[in-house]
Design a protein around this ligand. Sequence first.
Ligand code: ATP
Length: 299
Amino acid sequence: DVLDVVVVGSANVDLVLPVQRIPRPGETVLAAGMTRGPGGKGANQAVAAARAGARTAIVASLGVDDSGDLLRDALASSDVDLSLVASTTTPTGTAIITVDAGGENSIVVAPGANGELTLSEPAARAIGGAKIVLSQLEIPFATVHAAASASSYFILNAAPAAELTDELLANVDLLVVNETEAEAIAGSDRSALLKRVPAAVVTLGAAGAVILTRGGDEIAVAGVPVDAVDTTAAGDTFCGVLAATLAAVSATDSMTETDLRNAVRRATVAASLSVQAAGAIPSVPHGDAIDARYAEVYL
Ligand code: ATP
């Protein structure tokens, strides 16, 4: 049974604390409440791929604790295959997110179990057999590198922003970055990304995304106008749905520019749906909602 998408990435519990003002150094403030929910780029992207219709597994590391159970439940109930998840006595990763009255946030992540993620034999086999492998940078660099080397089609969402080695980028088939991340890799001229990877998608928030391919023109995909409520996991929804949609293309080695453009359109539609609901995983849309909106926008 070939998997469509294997996500190699982080899983965190998000503690979201609404505050009037993000505290300055040395200051204590009271939050208006606290919500605790499943998140982390790897988990969010795996849920997005699975809900978009792809047979999806996650390679991740979770603690044997309440937070780990919360994530296992959230992933399993979205039909993400958990057989490649490792359990450790190190606590599950946790993100403390303060959000101020204006919607600005400030985040501290304790990687915990994510910092121990390595590729087991079965994980490496699944990666080798999967149509698409998708990873981010919230797990050890060596693990991302090993996943990239073992994949037939590797999508790197280079988030959070980091400078990257040529060794890693040599194994990347498609890079997905926002504008800040693009700048960390290639400086202010985004076309310079193509000196390092064969294809890239740069997301532009409400403005949508732009596709860059070697020898091709830049293709702009407009954002879908919506009343944004909470942009948490917009980028993750985009990446997961992009991977799921590309997995449905018959053979990745014959993928055309049109295939890529249509997949970026579907990812853009899905991300616009995610910003209309609060939270990370709760805001990730399902395939039927994505396809209905896609038909309204494009067909
Ligand atoms: P985040 O960190 O908020 O998850 P990001 O910085 O990784 O996002 P963005 O470029 O901000 O990435 O957003 C990703 C995609 O989400 C965009 O390409 C777009 O399709 C969609 N999106 C984001 N914000 C909006 C918005 N206000 N309205 C409509 N679509 C949006």
